[in-house]
Ligand binder design. Structure first.
Ligand SMILES: Nc1ncnc2c1ncn2[C@@H]1O[C@H](COP(=O)(O)OP(=O)(O)OP(=O)(O)O)[C@@H](O)[C@H]1O
Ligand SMILES: [Mg+2]
Length: 305
């Protein structure tokens, strides 16, 4: 099964319109009815042209999408839609995560979404994605979150330096969910965090060991380094008995997206992307703090290379 998430072109308007109708049409009726159901193909095309659209295809078939409206450094997500056949498969989570990263790369700072109060589960879903209720509107809430901070990292030494700097803002109880492809630099970043926390080393790839505990040399938090690469489900993470050390340690889970978020209400998500050119060492690291724990904490990383 392949999932492709991309910006929509004007010619995608009919497909995106179908996805929006299918998704909003499947919800229980609300009063007043969702504006989404009044949209015409032309409305969707106009929205793509004046802002942006995102479309998700599963095996070539459109299954999810959304529209984006821009307003200075802020963006609003509208018509966030997953067709009923694709619901519950994590498609929406992936679509929103990818959209937020793309918006962060456009140097935007903040994103909002409107959720109807008739759908509390929907509101909770946005809260798990790091959104918070900003203000009440007629039929619901405006939820908002700040966008991830993008940091350019030219080489492996700079990645360790970034790790050391991050260690300076970390404390016991923090959970870091690190993602990015093979060889992206997750372990290299963790080495820097280990140096900054001054824990016993060496921090090495835990691929053949599920988790390693590195004790502090100075009475600070331990570093628990976990590799979820081989885990099939979130339940398996429970089996490795992390709960015990969570409160006293900084826990970093490589390949943690989708399996480790529940370890904390306020995880720090770190996504590392490498360029398509294997000769190019530069990485783009996105720091994505969820919850008030990270308010103001990550801003100082914005200009840092
Ligand atoms: N800018 C960079 N940041 C991090 N690592 C880099 C960079 N440029 C080159 N490298 C090299 O890329 C490799 C990254 O490997 P690392 O084990 O940290 O990746 P990983 O994301 O943990 O991979 P895996 O998914 O296999 O666990 C290292 O050999 C490192 O020296
Ligand atoms: Mg690794």
């Amino acid at each position: 099964m392949s999932i492709e998430i991309r910006f929509a072109k004007a010619s995608d308007a009919p497909a995106l319109h179908d996805v929006i109708r299918a998704a909003f049409g499947a919800r229980p009726a609300v009063d007043p009815p969702a504006d989404a159901l009044q949209d015409t193909v032309d409305d969707v095309r106009a929205a793509i042209e004046s802002g942006a659209g995102v479309i998700v295809e599963r095996d070539g078939i459109p299954v999810a999408g959304l529209l984006v409206e821009f307003d200075g450094p802020a963006a609003t997500l509208r018509r966030v839609a997953v067709v009923p056949e694709a619901a519950g498969a994590g498609v929406g989570v992936q679509m929103v995560a990818t959209t937020l990263l793309a918006l962060a790369d456009m140097d935007l700072r903040r994103v909002e979404v409107v959720a109807r109060s008739e759908f509390p589960k929907n509101i909770q879903w946005w809260e798990r994605a790091g959104f918070r209720r900003a203000r009440a509107v007629a039929n619901g809430w405006i939820l908002e979150r700040s966008l991830p901070v993008a940091v350019r990292v030219p080489d492996a030494d700079a990645m360790r330096t970034l790790g050391r700097r991050l260690a300076g803002v970390l404390r016991a109880g923090d959970v870091i969910v690190a993602s990015g492809p093979l060889g992206a630099g997750k372990t290299t970043l963790t080495q820097g965090i280990g140096e900054g926390l001054d824990v016993e080393g060496p921090v090495i790839s835990p691929t053949f060991v599920l988790s390693r505990v590195h004790r502090s040399r100075r009475g600070g938090p331990s570093l628990v380094h976990v590799d979820a690469y081989r885990l099939g489900s979130p339940d398996e993470l429970q089996d490795i008995d992390l709960q015990e050390s969570l409160a006293d340690a900084v826990t970093l889970v490589e390949w943690g997206r989708g399996v480790a978020e529940w370890l904390s209400d306020e995880p720090l998500e770190i996504d590392i992307q490498r360029s398509d050119d294997p000769a190019d060492d530069e990485r783009v690291v996105h720091l994505f703090g969820i919850g008030t724990r990270w308010d103001g904490v990550l801003e100082s990383f914005r200009e840092h290379a």
